[in-house]
Design a binder for this molecule. Structure first.
Ligand SMILES: Nc1nc2c(ncn2[C@@H]2O[C@H](COP(=O)(O)OP(=O)(O)OP(=O)(O)O)[C@@H](O)[C@H]2O)c(=O)[nH]1
Ligand SMILES: [Mg+2]
Length: 200
């Protein structure tokens, strides 16, 4: 059975008035442009094409809301740090994301998605600081782990854990090789307080 058999796309918001009702619990996927946020959502829900992915950075242009089950959501955010997006649009996203982060009561946890081959960037740190200030939990997905060999992967994970100690948990992940999917799902369920289908 699919991990979240009732997963469905709800809507995309270009303005705060379009956010879905702020009830229940949701987890957002934040991270640099092209880091693999949308791919991670598809891997976690086992639904290719639920979130749109692309080789071209800047694919996700709205705050996209997905429902896993009633009152439990995933939120796919536009990536940060993609210079080719026109400045006015970047500024718009910045305001939209600020509005989202400062007002969203149902946001219980953040998944920060980062390419395991890159260090934590300035905006990743801003997200970590934001989460700390607002008392939100953070889980780092070090994705594209399929691009690293075993020892590189181990070093990368150890470094990320050391650098974010006390601020976040971290794991290796690959949407293409489907590694780390169970671990990430477990974290997701904890943040959303949902049980596995069929009990537990
Ligand atoms: N090798 C490998 N490639 C991946 C993985 N995850 C994503 N990709 C590729 O990375 C590119 C970007 O993936 P997306 O999921 O669209 O990235 P995003 O973070 O949603 O990007 P924006 O919406 O532009 O911010 C695509 O070409 C994916 O196929 C992974 O785990 N391994
Ligand atoms: Mg995306």
């Amino acid at each position: 059975m699919s991990a979240f058999p009732h997963a469905r796309y709800l809507k995309g918001a270009h303005e705060p008035q379009q956010f879905v009702e702020d009830t229940g619990a949701e987890v957002c996927f934040a991270g640099r442009s092209n880091s693999g946020k949308s791919s991670a959502i598809n891997a976690l829900t086992q639904r290719n094409g639920l979130a749109r992915t692309s080789k071209t950075p800047g694919q996700t242009q709205l705050i996209n809301f997905f429902e896993l089950e009633p009152d439990r959501r995933l939120v796919d955010l536009p990536g940060y740090g993609f210079a080719k997006v026109p400045r006015p649009l970047q500024d718009h996203w910045k305001r939209l994301l600020e509005e989202y982060f400062t007002t969203r009561e149902s946001l219980t946890g953040l998944f920060i998605v980062m390419d395991a081959r890159r260090p934590l960037g300035e905006q990743d740190w801003q997200m970590l600081e934001f989460a700390r200030a607002r008392g939100r939990a953070v889980h780092l997905l070090l994705t594209k782990a399929d691009k690293l060999n075993r020892s590189e992967a181990a070093t990368t994970l150890a470094r990320a854990r050391r650098e974010t100690k006390g601020m976040a948990t971290a794991q290796l992940f690959s949407s293409t090789a489907r590694t780390g999917v169970d671990e990430a799902r477990k974290q997701l369920r904890e943040y959303l307080r949902v049980k596995k289908p069929g009990g537990e």
